[in-house]
Design a protein around this ligand. Sequence first.
Ligand code: SAM
Length: 263
Amino acid sequence: MVDETRVHSARRYNYWLGGKDNFAVDRESGEQIAAVFPTIRTTARENRGFLRRAVTHLTQEAGVRQFLDIGTGLPTADNTHEVAQRIAPGSRVVYVDNDPMVLVHARALLTSTPEGRTAYLEADLRDPGKILADPALRDVLDLDQPVALMLIAVLHFIRDTDEAAGLVRTLLDALPSGSYLVLSNGTGDFSDAETRARFEAMAARGQIDAWPRTRDEVRTIAEGLEILEPGIVAVSDWRADDEPQPRPTPAEVSVYGLVARKP
Ligand SMILES: C[S@@+](CC[C@H](N)C(=O)[O-])C[C@H]1O[C@@H](n2cnc3c(N)ncnc32)[C@H](O)[C@@H]1O
């Protein structure tokens, strides 16, 4: 059931990206956050740019042909399978989201090339066992071959870092050596004290549902993995030499990104 009275992160993010698939309650929450963090639209765009560059790298340079994209979001430009299949048409992608509205749009719009495959599961990141056991996932992904686990702007909805790290570990344990983690997560590390204080005030009023992480916390989540160059950086700075210059500042974006390989 799609609930129009409760804010949902997929629709609010769609609003920031300039989409039309959102309700008044999502726009109101989006504007509340924009009042505290005026560059949030830059953040959303840069996060999408990171997704595109990371998937391009993995498909083109690392030979990855399978993706498990949890927290898909509403379809927009350059969705994971489009980026991967442009380079390798046989790429296979399983999308997972817990918002029923995402799944309705995803089924209609995220269609695969004839050579590749896509599937969509309505499931929660907090239940990785259910995701991994789903027959639709097993039908599309061969878990004996490397898979890129994509957790883009979704893990920060899990507040507790130990819990977040545990979920990532459970998912990666099911994937073979040579698999990858692609992660982006909001951070307050680059913000000034005033922005942080305003954010904390919003959190105290219950207006925040995403929890920023420090670089050390992000590193904890990627423990045991080989983090690719340039390491844990603002998403706008991850292999962005070919992007229009000058880049936004890390403070304007305030999202960490990393790509890491399972040894
Ligand atoms: C900010 S959007 C990010 C979309 C996309 N990954 C991107 O980066 O462009 C977050 C998405 O995660 C989904 N989501 C949030 N919490 C989730 C959970 N616990 N399990 C599955 N999906 C979740 C939301 O429905 C939303 O579509």
